[in-house]
Ligand binder design. Structure first.
Ligand SMILES: [Zn+2]
Length: 343
């Protein structure tokens, strides 16, 4: 469903009370936890569409703190394991990647509403101030003055229309999705081609290096009992396409490094780019993690599968759109529509 249409439908459902009804039905169920996933909170000057604005993030947290029992990921798993019934539905807040705006903007809002959160950080980008490859791709598409881009190194050669912001955003999402499915070597080639075509290579490295968290900032957050730190790998590799020995290094090096820096045990992992399969899950277990988070746009129902904890990725928007996202309203509408289509 198109972005604008989704937002209009969300608003109509919100003001007509449909969202409230669905909310009550969805969250009256037991033995489930709503695990939210955020990436970036917009800083002044960062207008990238994937980031949630500080104002909207505060609206989300204010609502979540009032209507849910918000607990750490570890506590949520323990509550579900014991089959305890809480007086309110359970929710967990998570962040992926380790961007500095998590500390600057999100952390003060979390403490204001006493909301616990887990930050899954990419240890390598903290060590060498190397931006994530996903952040580089986003930067190139955001900054380029080109109106069209042809990429030969993608599995299928493609021409992308970059004439306006929404086309750029769509092109960027398409390229990132394709890059998540290829080997590291191929991904490097694609990134090089984008850098050569767009011509912003060193500027990206320079500008983006300050966007990642520093270890000092991670330690400041960890000093607050509301915060726990998990691993999002060492270099944000797509693990389903990574040889086992390299994958084990990614998993163990980041765990050891983060534990040494913060002085606390790292118990949980989140799959970079949601790239995982049975083999990856097995390696995460062998590397000493207790559980791992995926992204499936579903509410996590307790089934004992600790290495495929489902999360809902939250896009920017006010309370009406936030509620549509957490109740999975659009998925439900889409399923209904398909049913009717089939007659
Ligand atoms: Zn990530």
């Amino acid at each position: 469903m198109k972005q604008r249409l989704k937002r209009v439908v969300s608003f109509i459902f919100y003001i007509t009370g449909v969202t409230a009804l669905v909310f009550r039905a969805v969250f009256s169920r037991k033995n489930q936890v709503l695990i939210l996933l955020y990436h970036q909170i917009k800083m002044p000057g960062n207008s990238y569409e994937a980031a949630v604005s500080g104002e909207n993030f505060e609206r989300h947290m204010q609502f979540i703190a009032k209507k849910f029992k918000v607990v750490s990921l570890g506590d949520a798993l323990e509550i579900m394991r014991r089959g305890e019934i809480a007086d309110k539905p359970l929710a967990v807040i998570t962040f992926d990647d380790g961007f500095r705006n998590n500390f600057k903007t999100a952390f003060p809002i979390l403490t204001k509403y006493s909301v616990p959160a887990t930050f899954f950080i990419t240890s390598g980008s903290m060590d060498n101030h190397e931006p994530l490859w996903t952040a580089k791709v986003e930067y190139y598409f955001k900054q380029t003055s080109l109106n069209c881009l042809v990429l030969e190194t993608l599995p299928m050669s493609c021409a992308f229309d970059l004439a306006d912001t929404s086309k750029r955003f769509r092109a960027c999402q398409t390229v990132k999705t394709a890059m998540k499915k290829v080997s590291d070597d191929r991904r490097r080639l694609i990134l090089e081609e984008i850098e050569n075509m767009i011509g912003l290579g060193s500027a990206a490295g320079h500008e983006l290096s300050s966007e990642m968290l520093s270890w000092d900032e991670v330690r400041k957050m960890t000093a607050d009992p509301l915060v726990s730190i998990g691993s999002h790998s060492e270099s944000h590799r797509m693990l389903a396409n990574t040889p086992n020995n390299v994958m084990m290094d990614e998993l163990t090096h980041s765990k050891i490094k983060i534990e040494a820096e913060i002085g606390k045990r790292v118990r949980f992992f989140s799959y970079p780019g949601n790239s995982y399969n049975n083999q990856v899950q097995q390696c995460v277990l062998e590397a000493g993690y207790e559980a791992a988070c995926a992204v499936d746009q579903e509410i996590c129902v307790w089934n004992g599968d600790l290495f495929k904890l489902k999360r809902v990725h939250i896009e920017d928007g006010g309370l009406d759109y936030f509620l549509a996202q957490i109740t999975l309203l659009m998925n439900r509408v889409r399923k209904r529509t398909n049913l009717y289509d089939r007659g």
